[in-house]
Ligand binder design. Structure first.
Ligand code: SLL
Length: 255
């Protein structure tokens, strides 16, 4: 229908996603079948935020294929065919390796959306850094082994402004599973892996995003934003003062 290509002005609709990775140390047996220097297996993924009941992965309650056509993961150039295009869910890549690096993730939306591709970045995390004795040093193998899988996930909301009517229909026909208010298994996502205790909390279980943690995170971002604005104000004031000083000096020179 013609009016399907009409934009619904003033309306914003969002879909919650998570992106990130889980990493595990390879067992002795697993190491036999991979290049000698590979120490970890990992999965980097884009998923729906809510956990699937009884699942052993982070998030993933909903199939995101209804609005995502392709997710492309650009890995480090040390990998063969570093650009991995995934054209149907699950939108993820599993590999083995030895090092951390930045993964460029490009989200391509279904054509009905009329949206440009969206690029996000994730730093692939393999090591439980917070458990190392000194900053910036990889924790010993035994420590990593005890800590269990490393999880590094980011919650985000993809906002569609003024969506096309037909795309809006697609979205409203596929409502996202709401986040649980509290974790169903006592394990929430350790956002700030600053304290070993939170890392310990993810041991032996799959961490979950909850409405509470999302609220905490948005408050943290809000605070960070305020700090940045305050810093900008300070810099601006200093700049104005300097400009005045310059003007004075020029006047003196000329006068
Ligand atoms: C580092 N900047 O130096 C990073 C690069 C690259 C990791 C890490 C690949 C393995 C392969 C792999 O683990 N690359 O050769 O298949 O730490």
């Amino acid at each position: 229908m013609a009016n399907e290509r009409v934009r619904v002005r003033g309306l914003s609709i969002f879909r919650p996603i998570i992106y990130g990775n889980t990493a595990t140390l390879l067992t002795r047996e697993e190491r036999e079948n991979v290049p000698a220097e590979h120490t970890h297996k990992w999965t980097v993924a884009v998923r729906s935020a809510a956990p699937a009941p009884g699942s052993d992965i982070v998030g993933g309650a909903d199939n995101l294929g209804y609005f995502l056509k392709r997710v492309s993961f650009k890995l480090h150039d040390t990998y063969p065919n570093p650009t991995r295009n995934i054209d149907k869910p699950p939108f993820e890549v599993s590999e083995t390796g030895w090092g951390e690096f930045e993964v460029t993730i490009k989200l391509h939306f279904i054509p009905e959306s009329g949206e440009k591709a969206l690029t996000i970045y994730h730093h692939l995390k393999l090591h439980p850094w917070s458990l190392s004795g000194e900053p910036d040093s990889i924790p010993p193998l035994e420590v990593a082994q005890k800590a269990g899988p490393v999880h590094s996930w980011q919650y985000d909301e993809i906002v569609f402004n003024d969506p096309y009517q037909n795309f809006l229909n697609v979205l409203t026909n596929n409502p996202p599973t709401p986040l649980p208010r509290a974790s169903t298994n006592g394990r929430t996502i350790p956002f700030h892996i600053a304290n070993p205790a939170s890392l310990e909390a993810s041991k032996g279980g799959v961490p979950e995003f909850t409405t509470l943690i999302v609220k905490d995170e948005s408050e943290r971002l809000e605070k960070a934003k305020k700090t940045i604005i305050a810093e900008q104000e300070k810099t601006r004031a200093a700049l104005i003062a300097k400009e005045k000083e310059l003007e004075q000096l020029q006047k003196m020179l000329n006068g």
